[in-house]
Design a protein around this ligand. Structure first.
Ligand code: 13P
Length: 338
């Protein structure tokens, strides 16, 4: 087994998933504002510390995706975050894209920045202990969009990113996210997700990326959040599986879903539905949630020292629920166990 395939195996072994603790500073600042926390280097450090010091986290979480600021910070005990995580037998990863910018003249479409200077940053992160990285591209559905050109531009950049990582021995997590924003139907999301994934894998071939040494992090196929369309979890799972089967090579070792703005319990229920009975999928299926794992934690924490214990309990609970969902063993009644 290749070194990258071994990292995939270790990240998801047992029934583990990945904790995305890589919200950029502007994004985390918005989340903090909602609950009245001032966003400073120190409050962001404390939040990330709360997450990674959660007792028993390693039972359900095999990897943590850090952000550039965090990988340069230390825990209260003066241990670098990446080192601390590694010491807990969890694998450290890092988001290496630098956010999005408008695609050409478009007001709504975006491409992801960060290829410039990527090689040096990868070497630095590797030196700090990162074993895998992540790059997010966003595809927006709206009037006349996404355009094929925007999908291709993002796919091309994702493939260059993946190739550069593999050359350095780092496992790339490829995240082409079709956004939930908008009033589109689930059918439209399916069509765009399929097209996006196909174009992404065509680009992987073009740049000679070894697809046995990547993880795909896609969106679940969902109706737009303003569509008013009601779709059962079973239908969401069916549609998501159909989109993946149609466009993801069977050689890809693992697919880990992002939560994309779903509430925490819905994300777990849908993951469970996808994994139930295994559906005979050729890939390992797991989760790499940010909001669906951390939303409830932030609500409890509210920046207060005295809430840390309960907030960590909530994180461990969500991680456990999603770990059960990965095996198709989640049941709503288990939510009361917390
Ligand atoms: P969400 O689970 O909140 O979609 O975040 C996943 C992620 O890594 C965003 O880049």
């Amino acid at each position: 087994m290749s070194e990258l395939a071994q990292i995939v195996k270790k990240l998801l072994e047992g029934s583990k998933g990945i904790l995305a603790a890589d919200a950029s500073t502007p994004t985390l600042t918005k989340r903090f504002e909602k609950i009245g926390i001032e966003s400073t280097g120190e409050t962001r450090r404390r939040f990330r510390q709360l997450l990674v010091t959660t007792p028993n986290l390693e039972r359900y979480i095999g990897g943590v995706i850090l952000y550039d600021e965090t990988i340069h910070q230390n825990t209260d005990d003066g241990i670098n975050f990446a080192e601390y995580i590694t010491n807990r037998a969890i694998i450290s990863g890092i988001k290496v894209d630098q956010g999005t910018e408008p695609f050409g003249e478009s007001e709504e479409e975006k491409v992801t920045k960060g290829l410039e200077g990527l090689g040096e940053r990868l070497s630095e992160y590797k030196g700090l202990g990162a074993k895998f990285t992540k790059w997010r591209a966003v595809i927006t559905i709206g009037e006349g969009i996404p355009t094929r050109e925007c999908i291709e531009a993002n796919a091309d950049i994702l493939a260059q990113y993946a190739h550069e990582n593999q050359e350095k021995g780092l496992l790339p997590i490829i995240e082409p996210e079709v956004l939930i924003d908008g009033d589109h139907s689930i059918e439209k999301c399916e069509e765009v997700t399929k097209e996006t994934l196909k174009v992404v894998f065509d680009s992987m071939t073009k740049y000679g990326v070894d697809v046995t040494g990547i993880i795909l992090k896609p969106n679940m196929v969902l109706p737009g959040k303003d569509s008013g369309q009601i779709v059962s979890n079973e239908e969401i799972a069916k549609t998501t599986i159909r989109a993946l089967r149609n466009s993801v090579p069977t050689e890809v070792p693992a697919v880990v879903f992002l939560s994309g703005g779903q509430d925490a319990i819905s994300a777990t229920e849908r993951l469970n539905e996808i994994c139930k009975g295994k559906n005979n999928l050729p890939w390992e299926i797991s989760f790499s949630f940010e909001r669906a794992l951390e939303g409830p934690v932030m609500e409890i924490w509210k920046g207060r020292q005295e809430n840390i214990f309960s907030a960590q309990k909530a994180l461990l609970h969500r991680a456990k629920m999603n770990s059960l969902a990965r095996k198709g063993e989640y049941k709503k009644e288990l939510e009361d166990e917390q």
